[in-house]
Ligand binder design. Structure first.
Ligand SMILES: *Cc1c(COP(=O)(O)O)cnc(C)c1O
Length: 843
């Protein structure tokens, strides 16, 4: 979905939901039409690619072919931008961003936008009788991530390029990204995702830069001529890591970086002896085993999969990436002791934490540095970002598995641990009890390596992703380590790239912002604050509301197509879109929906504002409670949408297969953003930022970056409810809170009773028993305790929605005041405080 369609929507709808004083009189910036020459040039380039790269003619080309041809033509332009770049071939310092996930989404509008060729491409394709929106829609999402963590990595890559910070992203080129979600009778079914089925026009395969990654085997000792002992890892098995590079283009094509994703291949494609002996399957068994490493993304976003394959994936991409950057450094600078001056390696969560012993191994065993020099290099090059404090999500690996798969690394981890504990006890800084807390080995559940502790010790800086989360890191999981080095933990609140989440996802709003405050807003999101001056302006409000209305109509079409549910674009669109997880509390939202349904039935003559509840999100396949939450949302939708008594007042939709592309369709259409996690459990959130930027008002708890959003948009322009993190702790200290809260809330009790009596599962009252048992029993996520205040906040939303002037004022102020959540700001902070790398020219 791209510009003109949506702008057409804007024109169609006219002013809505704002009073009719028209005072906004800024003359529209003259639209500069693309030059005829540029259009012809791009058109011919696309035709060329279609013929010579794809072997197709315009007569037989499908949208997917036009997409590939357009992508290849644009990729040439990116290469041109690369070649024309003023940046030195050997920059003084590079950033290496290691992440097991990059949730990229589609790249076409990103590339067109940053090349400044969106209008040119539309015109060029139009000359060929082809619609750009259809072409863009034919691009598969690159879904190489589960949710927020992977999307953050993708936003960071775009911002690094836009800031002209020399950087490589390193990750895994999964054949199959996050599963495609089907909803059948309310039940989630996962089917494999196949983004590479028709090739990937954005990437360059680089077989010449491949390297080998070992597994298993043993550690041999050799005596050097000088009498010293050197340890040599002799892996039992090696796997080829083949890089595939995607160019990452910065805003206005000023700078190009590379996202290098590793594909696993067998060293030998086939065992010829076995094949010729007739064992055709056995002959490729080795190959299947090797290639399994980059086959699929683990569909778990907050619990470590306890699978050997997962550890193999982590080591595979970490080792290949470190080998790659070490090789580059040696070629460019010679001496590895200068690595910290020229490289900063960021570990996105603990998935690449094995980098600590792997870098030590490369430096000591392979390149002959002393242990002390190598430790200095390692701890001045690595930095680590923590993304969660949920105990079940803190990654640990059994020592036994590590010893078998990575024997040399286990030795190095033991040595690091020994030196760490020795130095503490020598300086009298710990007693026996606290030694256990700071040890790299957790002895309480069998021996396991604590990957967070390992990353912490190996890093020069460790960061949290919002102010609250960073503070909780210091107070809880990392408290004992923090006490030993109080400068190490720093905060870097997450951000989002405005090119994708404002310019490309919401061109109508972007155009309005440009008209109101000038084109510099495209380069400097800080200029958005100029919109505040128009917040009360009826004419501007009408324009702003019309943009929203156009997007709501467009979303209604998508929802109708995918679910058959008809949405009224005039209703309040209340959205909760994110992974399904108990701590994110979609269930709280559903309980409120049920209570609202009952309230409307009980008082049909009250002026309930029309509301549409939109849910989207995937559940990890083995996470039964999360899947049951999806089922409940779907079942509630079924009954509510069929009940004429609430028709026109309440509609519920669960939109299947949440993805970056779906997020781009929903976010500009949202009026209300649900950010209702149990306080203390959402590290930051970034969906909250995307929605606030696009002018949805937040209903949320004092959790993660919600707190900072509240500080920026102001208390009057956000709906806060519920316990804060300290309140959650205090409540949890007094068991029995759920029973007390339910007893005190007839409304909550009635909603629970309706579900328990089969109100949404006729003939099967026990369908939702596991959810109800959790909520009425331990209620670990404190739904019952927060329910009444959530209900109150939702009714405050109703009241605010009935006053359009105030509503749009608040919405405009959300857009005006969320510039700080640009990932450009986040990346500048990392550059200054963590990486100590210069932001490039023009940035
Ligand atoms: C932004 C985004 C997320 C993260 O959403 P949260 O609400 O912060 O959990 C997850 N998935 C997709 C596709 C996103 O675009």
């Amino acid at each position: 979905m791209l510009n003109e369609d949506l702008l057409a929507g804007d024109r169609r709808s006219g002013a809505t939901h704002a009073d009719d004083r028209q005072t906004f009189r800024v003359p529209p910036a003259p639209a500069v039409p693309p030059s005829e020459d540029a259009v012809t040039l791009l058109r011919d380039a696309i035709l060329n690619k279609l013929a010579y790269a794809l072997g197709r003619t315009p007569a037989t080309a499908r949208d997917r072919d036009w997409f590939a041809a357009t992508a290849l033509a644009l990729r040439d332009r990116v290469v041109d931008a690369c070649l024309a770049s003023p940046a030195p071939a050997v920059p003084n310092k590079r950033v290496y961003y290691l992440s097991a996930e990059f949730l990229i989404g589609r790249l076409l509008s990103d590339m067109m936008g940053n090349l400044g060729l969106a209008d040119t491409a539309r015109a060029a394709l139009a000359q060929l009788g082809v619609d750009l929106d259809a072409v863009a829609g034919a691009e598969p999402d690159a879904a190489l991530g589960n949710g927020g963590l992977g999307r953050l990595a993708a936003c960071f890559m775009e911002s690094l390029a836009s800031l002209a910070i020399p950087a490589y992203g390193y990750g895994i080129r999964y054949d199959h990204g996050l599963f495609r979600q089907l909803i059948e009778d309310g039940v989630q079914r996962e089917v494999p995702e196949t983004w590479l089925a028709e090739g990937n026009p954005w990437e360059f395969e680089r077989p010449e830069a491949a390297c080998s990654v070992g597994f298993g085997g043993e550690v041999a000792m050799t005596v050097q001529p000088d009498g010293s002992i050197r340890r040599v890892w002799r892996p039992a098995e090696t796997v080829r890591a083949v890089p595939h590079d995607t160019t990452v283009l910065g805003w206005r094509a000023k700078h190009v970086n590379v996202l290098r994703l590793w594909q696993a291949r067998a060293e030998e494609p086939v065992d010829l002896g076995r094949f010729n002996g007739g064992d055709h399957v056995g002959a490729v068994a080795e190959r299947s085993r090797a290639e399994a490493i980059s086959r699929v993304l683990y569909p778990s976003d907050s619990t470590p999969a306890g699978h050997e394959l997962r550890l193999r994936q982590e080591f595979f991409f970490t080792s290949a990436s470190l080998q790659d950057l070490v090789r580059r450094h040696v070629a460019e600078r010679g001496d590895l002791r200068s690595l910290p001056d020229h490289a900063a390696i960021q570990l996105n969560d603990t998935h690449p934490a094995i980098a600590v012993p792997e870098l030590m191994r490369l430096l000591v065993d392979e390149h002959g540095l002393s242990w002390e020099d190598a430790w200095h290099v390692t701890t001045h090059t690595l930095a680590y970002t923590n993304h969660t404090l949920l105990p079940e999500a803190l990654e640990t690996w059994p020592v036994e598995l590590m010893e078998r798969l990575l024997p040399r690394h286990m030795q190095i981890i033991y040595l690091i641990n020994w030196m760490h504990l020795e130095s503490l006890s020598k300086h009298g800084r710990v007693d026996a009890g606290s030694l256990a807390a700071v040890s790299l080995i957790d002895e309480t559940h069998g021996k396991r390596v604590r990957m967070g502790h390992l990353a912490f010790l190996g890093a020069r800086r460790v960061n949290g992703v919002s102010a609250l989360h960073t503070e909780l890191m210091r107070q809880t999981v990392f408290a004992p380590l923090h006490a030993l080095d109080t400068d190490k933990i720093v905060n870097k609140t997450n951000g989002i790239t405005f090119r994708r989440w404002l310019h490309n996802a919401n061109p109508g709003l972007t155009r309005l912002a440009v008209e109101a405050v000038g084109a510099r807003v495209l380069d400097d999101p800080g200029a958005l604050d100029g919109l505040a001056a128009f917040a009360e302006d009826a004419g501007f409000q009408a324009r702003y509301a019309a943009v929203r209305r156009g997007r709501k109509e467009a979303l209604a079409r998508v929802v109708k197509e995918r679910t058959g549910i008809r949405l009224d674009p005039g209703a309040l669109f209340d959205v909760q879109i994110k992974r399904i997880h108990e701590y994110k509390r979609q269930l709280l939202n559903i309980l409120e929906t049920v209570a609202l349904y009952q309230a409307i039935l009980a008082e049909p003559h009250r002026d309930w504002p029309a509301r549409v509840k939109i849910f989207a999100g995937k559940a990890a396949p083995s996470y039964h409670q999360a899947k049951l939450i999806i089922r409940l949302a779907s079942d509630v939708a079924k009954r509510v949408n069929a009940d004429p008594a609430v028709a026109g007042r309440l509609t519920v939709a669960f939109v299947p297969n949440y993805s970056v592309s779906l997020a781009e369709a929903i976010i500009p259409a949202a009026d209300l953003s649900e950010q209702i996690s149990t306080a203390g459990l959402e590290a930051s959130g970034t969906g909250n930022m995307k929605l606030a930027l696009n002018g949805a008002l937040t209903i949320g708890t004092l959790d993660g970056a919600n707190i900072e959003i509240k500080e920026h948009v102001g208390d009057d322009n956000i709906f806060i409810f519920g316990l804060d993190a300290a309140g959650v702790q205090a409540t949890k200290a007094e068991p029995g809170y759920a029973a007390r809260a339910i007893a005190a809330s007839p409304r909550l009790k009635a909603a629970l009773d309706l579900i328990a009596s089969g109100g949404f599962s006729p003939g099967e009252p026990d369908r939702f028993r596991p959810l109800l048992d959790e909520v009425t029993g331990p209620d670990r996520y404190l739904l019952t305790v927060d329910f009444d205040d959530y209900w109150r906040a939702q009714r405050a939303v109703d009241a605010a929605w009935r006053r359009p002037h105030g509503w749009w004022r608040a919405a405009i102020l959300n857009t005006a005041r969320t510039a700080w959540f640009s990932s450009d700001r986040t990346m500048r902070e990392y550059a200054e405080d963590i990486w100590r790398v210069r932001v490039g020219p023009g940035a």
